[in-house]
Design a protein around this ligand. Sequence first.
Ligand code: FAD
Length: 280
Amino acid sequence: MKAPPFGYVKARELGQVFDLLEQHGDEAKILAGGQSLIPSLNLRLSRPTLLIDINAIADLQGIRETADTVVVGALTTHVALEKSPIISRHVQLLAAAMPHIAHPAIRNRGTIGGSLAFADPAAELPACATALDATFILRNRDQERRVKASEFFHGLFETDLKPGEILAAIEFPKATTSHRFAFSELARRHGDYAMIGLAAASPQLGMLRLAYFGVADRPVSAERAATHLIRDGAAGVEAACASLADDLESSGDLNAGPQTKLHLAAVLLRRALPALLPSA
Ligand SMILES: Cc1cc2nc3c(=O)[nH]c(=O)nc-3n(C[C@H](O)[C@H](O)[C@H](O)COP(=O)(O)OP(=O)(O)OC[C@H]3O[C@@H](n4cnc5c(N)ncnc54)[C@H](O)[C@@H]3O)c2cc1C
């Protein structure tokens, strides 16, 4: 199928993007890598009358460090994240997740901002951002606001982005020397969307975030399971796995029913433990 007719503007600066969003409202869509948007147009799941191409906007590009954080521009492609020495040194969980996202051709075009704004519950990056307690920097014409990843995802393809707003950048805390992390997913073929996955980060002793993807309509933090592991270490594994049923409340999807999802969630948790708990 082909996309319905649409207008196209290649924006040169952010002010122009905000003008166009204001003029066209819901009828306009931001175009980043196009790797999710264009298929959804071709399948006629979305019918915007205008695409606002943001690829030429320098303000949305690049990866930079501050003393405690790494700030990633929304237009940073998956392949740029995969190859970045700053990411592999300071945000290792992201580096570990990147090769699992789709295939090289898609990673060459797809962007971090597009993936997070699209909010596919089976995508890797929303869960990584949740596990890493990333902060999303959202901009409209007048102001910038900062939203934690845990509050950004509202449901299936639903986010905290308001009309007239774009995702400009994502701020990740730099890993400290005591930081531990694990990434694992189960997909039918490498590069396919995962049936289920786990992005886990322990920024310091006594703190653990287990963010599952592919289990619900958004990334889900398994807080009860994390509490068992923090309190009891390796001795808390059985209780942690048992508590996943309450944490995840998965209703299943086309890939697997709820019981299978729960079983696979426990499999992923056990796989992650050696990296997260040195004594496991
Ligand atoms: C065959 C195939 C397999 C794939 N497999 C995977 C996979 O395994 N895992 C995975 O995570 N992804 C997968 N993807 C999706 C891919 O990662 C996309 O690149 C990504 O989800 C969207 O990024 P994009 O830059 O292409 O965004 P686009 O497609 O351009 O945009 C996606 C949505 O986000 C909005 N948007 C984009 N940027 C912004 C912004 N800065 N501010 C506000 N809104 C914005 C757009 O308006 C649109 O609604 C796959 C895609 C394909 C085609």
